[in-house]
Design a protein around this ligand. Structure first.
Ligand SMILES: Nc1nc2c(ncn2[C@@H]2O[C@H](COP(=O)(O)OP(=O)(O)OP(=O)(O)O)[C@@H](O)[C@H]2O)c(=O)[nH]1
Ligand SMILES: [Mg+2]
Length: 376
């Protein structure tokens, strides 16, 4: 398989180049819009970039003998408007085909004949993990290109490293949680029962034990009677003070009391955040204009569709990172990648059980990949 990148101001113009160089058997593997040139980031020009491929061993189509002119005219008159469009604008026909394939949502439709056998087990594993077809469609051709460039390696570790290269290209900072918890306030928000309070206790313990920080707690969860007690129990264990806040005045008072603490961990009530009003309510108690790092806490046992609605509601606050909880309760974690790629929000921490403080993991891409691929 021979790959080549083409660029031009529009898809039809790029396709002309592709056809001229690679012929009618060329396969479009990937196309995207790129911006280039400009001055100091301004006035960049838009280009279309297409990766096309041709299999040199592919059989050239048999050329039909030229038809009698009258017969040709009759045939042409018989074609439908739609196929006429295709005939007179072959690029549009190709585009239609690509859109249909994307709509089918299966990377296999496009990739089955492109993706080499050696790569299929890894991509299938990702599909089984629930990684979205739009991502697999995006990665399969890039991975295939790398595989051929590297002379078709067979070694599993090498194949995994090609996959890592493909997936993580340009995404490293979003998958690295090592530099977090640097702000004065750290707030955990999210739906009911996802593990906010437990995770907050784990994070506080990590700050105290590993990072030697002076830590305090604020809870705004005055909704559930037992919630304050739950936080106080953890706070007593780590020897940190707690303030309960019902409104912004309480928040200012707590801020003044904890002025000489390094990190103040804020617990919030779990609510049905599909209701946007509850997100608004958070702003009535927490002063998000302060130096707050906000984590949206999501249990991996929840449905992706519902989570997307919750994320949408939280877009009225600034969400710095996700925390994904309950990894131990599911064997499908592909949603992590879907949400990160979908929203551009990175992951800070993952939790793997109920034990405080042990079942906490700082996000890192190697760990994530090894979890996605299991024992492969
Ligand atoms: N299996 C598993 N359970 C967890 C994990 N994290 C938290 N839990 C459990 O989930 C339950 C709810 O945890 P909480 O920390 O109270 O959750 P919350 O989000 O604060 O709940 P609300 O304040 O009621 O919204 C508890 O039983 C925790 O032990 C995890 O990573 N894995
Ligand atoms: Mg709680």
């Amino acid at each position: 398989m021979k790959f080549k990148k083409y660029m031009g101001p529009s898809l039809p113009e790029v396709m002309k180049k592709v056809r001229a160089e690679l012929g009618q058997n060329a396969v479009i593997i990937n196309s995207k819009t790129v911006y280039k040139g400009g001055v100091m980031g301004l006035f960049k020009k838009k280009y279309i970039e297409v990766v096309a491929a041709i299999d040199p061993s592919a059989v050239e189509p048999v050329k039909l003998p030229s038809q009698h002119p009258e017969k040709l005219a009759a045939d042409m008159a018989a074609v439908t408007t739609r196929s006429k469009m295709k005939e007179y604008n072959p690029d549009l026909g190709l585009l239609l085909k690509e859109v249909q394939q994307l709509k089918q949502g299966l990377y296999r439709t496009q990739a089955e004949f492109i993706v080499p056998e050696a790569l299929k087990p890894m991509l299938n594993l990702l599909a089984e993990q629930g990684v979205a077809p739009f991502l697999l469609n995006q990665w399969a051709p890039i991975l295939t290109e790398l595989y051929y460039k590297e002379q078709k390696p067979e070694n599993t570790d090498k194949l995994k490293s090609l996959l890592a290269q493909t997936i993580f290209e340009g995404k490293d900072p979003l998958l690295d949680g090592s530099e977090l918890l640097e702000k004065k306030f750290v707030a955990l928000v999210g739906p009911t029962g996802v593990g906010k309070t437990t995770t907050l206790a784990k994070l506080a313990a990590k700050s105290i034990l590993k990072d030697r920080k002076k830590v305090a707690f604020i809870t705004t969860d005055t909704y559930r009677i037992a919630a304050i007690e739950q936080l106080k129990t953890y706070a007593n264990i780590v020897g940190a003070p707690v303030e309960v806040c019902y409104n912004l005045e309480d928040f200012s008072r707590a801020k003044a009391r904890f002025s000489n603490y390094d990190t103040i961990f804020i617990d919030t009530a779990g609510r049905n955040f599909r209701n946007g009003q509850y997100v608004e309510d958070l702003k009535e108690v927490i002063d998000f204009k302060e130096d707050v790092q906000t984590f949206l806490t999501i249990a991996l046992t929840a449905k992706e569709y519902d989570i997307k609605q919750i994320i949408e509601q939280f877009s009225q606050l600034h969400i710095d990172r996700f925390i994904f909880t309950k990894l131990d309760e599911t064997s499908q974690i592909g949603m992590i990648l879907n949400l990160i790629w979908d929203t551009g929000i990175g992951v800070g921490f993952l939790t793997t059980g109920q034990n405080v403080p042990d079942d906490l993991k700082v996000a890192d891409k190697e760990w994530l990949l090894s979890h996605l691929l299991g024992d492969m």
